[in-house]
Design a protein around this ligand. Structure first.
Ligand code: ZN
Length: 483
């Protein structure tokens, strides 16, 4: 009897102690205090900027065909529309489609910085044109928005950047640091232009303090459970690898099939890959992202984030459950194409699966290939890197730099005292090229977007609110003034 009571008392004591630890950790786990940022109004003419964005959209700079006259047309339009920008910068011709402008700073001992945006756009998929409320290349201004392909991705940022710069130049401002501006003309098809910019900087011994490009936004109610907007300033972007898995067999007629066929062998390999994803978890930039976000959740959710020593497995399994958060945790595996025999009664002599991987910064290309070999565990299947092309994730930039703090401060100058978190871009952008010539590369578009806007990105009815355009101008204005 006595022993049972002792066990009960000890159990109760442990429970109380556990509750106390969970509570204390949760109370301590809170957002960093943000000083009330002074909203900055640069005072640029927003009506004029809106008209300029509208005009910019009318150039159909679709990068499926780089011979379109719209590309040269757009660059001439920029020079004519922003004459002070053109007069105060030197334009380097490194690549016909991707101009690099340099605005000399007053202190040559300081490392320069680079602001980037791209002006090529993705095509309108066949059959989707009639679903647009406004012609994608008319630049219609309606209902507080500029409509059209490229407003969100990425001419809106480009126009905001040039508008702010022109305004500051006219006001007689000169930065201490030299500022480079790079406007990509082929970002959507691999970014050879950005590559040539990075090469130029490298060849001339120019090492940037930081580069800023697209790659994220101020996210408004996009993260489930988070009611307030949060600016994700991304520090890295995922890498890219496509593997071809090839199974072969003697082929023959389907009336006398062997027990094992090339198609069956391949199916087993894909099934194994799907069931055993590349290991991931809350480490590195993924940990920083979710740790930063977790602090802004409701108290019940914060208990989980604040007590990772206990709830980590639970948290990781919840985050792995949704494709959008799973992509932040690991290298993803996506079988995308399959081919076998071309006739229904002929056995495939060769069956091929194409599997696309987006590499988390913790994994190298070789790590992922080794994982695939081990999981497929079938020497009869050849594994080949598609087109010999593969690229690892870009280096994870530090948050402990003047550049990161300037970007953070400028986001708050434009949007007010909102939360910022360091993040990871899960798609590929030009920033990975600029990163090779910079101590740090950061990625954010200074626009506040909702889940609805995300669908319009590369989609139908792409648009940018005039309010966002104004905030973007104030963001770049603030950022440039800090240089
Ligand atoms: Zn883009």
């Amino acid at each position: 009897m006595k022993t049972a009571r002792r066990i009960l008392v000890a159990g109760l004591f442990l429970l109380v102690a556990l509750a106390a630890v969970l509570t204390i950790n949760t109370m301590r786990y809170k957002p960093a205090t943000v000083s009330e940022a002074q909203l900055t109004d640069l005072g640029a003419d927003i009506g004029n900027a809106t008209d300029n964005l509208s005009k910019a959209i009318r150039f159909a700079t679709v990068s499926d065909d780089l011979t379109r006259p719209d590309f040269d047309g757009f660059l001439s339009f920029l020079d004519e529309t922003y004459p002070t920008f053109a007069a105060n910068t030197e334009r380097m011709v490194l690549d016909a489609k991707t101009p690099l402008y340099v605005w000399k700073g007053s202190d040559e001992s300081l490392q320069p910085v680079l602001l980037a945006a791209h002006y090529d756009v993705v095509p309108i998929p066949p059959g989707s044109l009639e679903k647009w409320d406004h012609d994608p290349f008319a630049g219609t201004i309606d209902d507080g928005f500029v409509w059209g392909r490229g407003t969100l991705d990425n001419k809106g940022a480009l126009i905001a950047m040039v508008t702010a710069t022109e305004h500051l130049m006219l006001a007689g401002f000169t930065p201490k640091r030299t500022i480079y501006f790079s406007f990509g003309g082929d970002e959507e098809i691999g970014g050879d232009g950005a590559k040539s910019v990075a090469k130029y900087l490298h060849d001339n011994g120019i090492q940037l303090a930081w580069a800023l490009d697209e790659g994220s936004f101020v996210l408004d109610k996009i993260i489930p459970g988070l009611d307030q907007p949060v600016a994700s300033i991304n520090l890295s972007e995922k890498g890219y690898l496509t593997l071809k898995l090839i199974a072969t067999s003697p082929g023959g007629h389907s009336s006398m099939p062997p027990r094992q066929t090339a198609v069956g062998q391949l199916a087993r390999a894909i099934d194994r890959l799907q069931n055993k994803p590349v290991p991931g978890g809350l480490t590195g930039v993924s940990e920083d992202f979710f740790d930063g976000l977790g602090r802004h959740f409701s108290i019940e959710q914060r208990v989980v984030f604040a007590n990772r020593w206990l709830f980590n497995p639970l948290l990781e399994s919840i985050l792995s459950g949704a494709p959008s958060t799973d992509a932040m945790l690991r290298t993803t595996t996506a079988p995308t194409m399959l081919s076998g025999s071309s006739k229904e009664n002929v056995l495939a002599a060769e069956a091929t699966a194409t599997v696309n991987f987006r590499l988390h910064p913790r994994d190298t290309v070789d790590d992922v290939i080794a994982h695939v070999r081990a999981v497929v565990d079938d020497e009869g299947i050849e594994i080949r890197v598609n087109d010999g092309f593969a690229t690892p994730a870009s280096p994870v930039s530090s948050t402990d730099t003047a550049g990161y703090r300037d970007i953070e401060g400028s986001i708050r100058a434009a949007f007010g005292p909102l939360a910022t978190v360091p993040g990871l871009t899960i798609a590929a952008t030009d920033a990975r090229h600029y990163a090779t010539a910079a101590d740090a590369a950061y990625r954010i578009n200074p626009f506040k977007i909702t889940s609805d806007d995300l669908l319009r990105f590369h989609g139908i009815n792409e648009r940018l609110s005039i309010e966002n355009l104004e905030r973007g101008i104030n963001f770049y204005g603030s950022l440039i003034q800090k240089q």
